[in-house]
Design a binder for this molecule. Sequence first.
Ligand code: ATP
Ligand code: MG
Length: 261
Amino acid sequence: MCKVIAIANQKGGVGKTTTAVNLGTGLAAEGKKVLLIDGDPQGSLTISLGYSEPDKLKVSLVDIISRVVNEEDIEEDFAVIKYKENVDLIPSNIELSAVEISLVNTMSRELVLRSYVESVKHNYDYVVIDCMPSLGVMTVNALACADSVLIPVQAAYLSVKGLQQLIKTIYTVKRRLNQKLEIEGILLTMVDSRTNNAKDIVAEVNEVYGQAMPVFPVEIPLSVRAAEISSVAKSIYDYDPKGKAAYAYMSLTKEVLAHGC
Ligand code: ATP
Ligand code: MG
């Protein structure tokens, strides 16, 4: 059984990509076979895994989407990069932004990614999709094919604003496109536990949302090391294995594993 987890928040810079890298590689370290899908034309996940010029890649998610739309065959390893043992990557680049527009005129445009993921998920234990910071058609595609959505929320002023809109979209997708969709949990990120502001936001998120949906007990600390991993193309476990952020991401991985499929 494979579980598909979308990592989404339309707010930019909240830790979606950092979480995708470290949850994906964390699950692989626990012996799971993982497919990471970069769902963002910024290509941040692709860059974070060491492919520093995603625009030069010959094939990427955009080619998979075109093939689905044109009802062409897709070989199992098409556009798949073997990143390391147990971790495959489907990269993305700027071309994905054009596909967002072209999908507008496609029949069942919200279900294109699902059609692909359904065809490859038997090869994996987990598929983790890093969404772009918008609630556009690509993010809806990710939500439409996911079993659950993990919502990183930065513990900073104004970060909780906009969460209602995301949650509304999640429930609309659940009603109309994907009944099985669940909220994996809200994950507080970049928590600077020395500041009252961060403590207030953690308390607010638990108070406002904690009854209705899971909020992960583990919080990802603000960490210079975590901020550096994208530029060194390493997971936090390789870059700073004894640091607080590595410990937190490993706890997150264990919680996700404990939630089951
Ligand atoms: P976007 O919306 O642009 O896709 P995102 O939600 O994917 O952004 P990230 O790219 O993961 O967010 O992180 C935003 C910035 O914060 C990056 O520069 C990243 O290195 C940094 N960052 C992520 N996690 C932490 C952390 N725990 N502590 C400090 N900095 C962090
Ligand atoms: Mg990102």
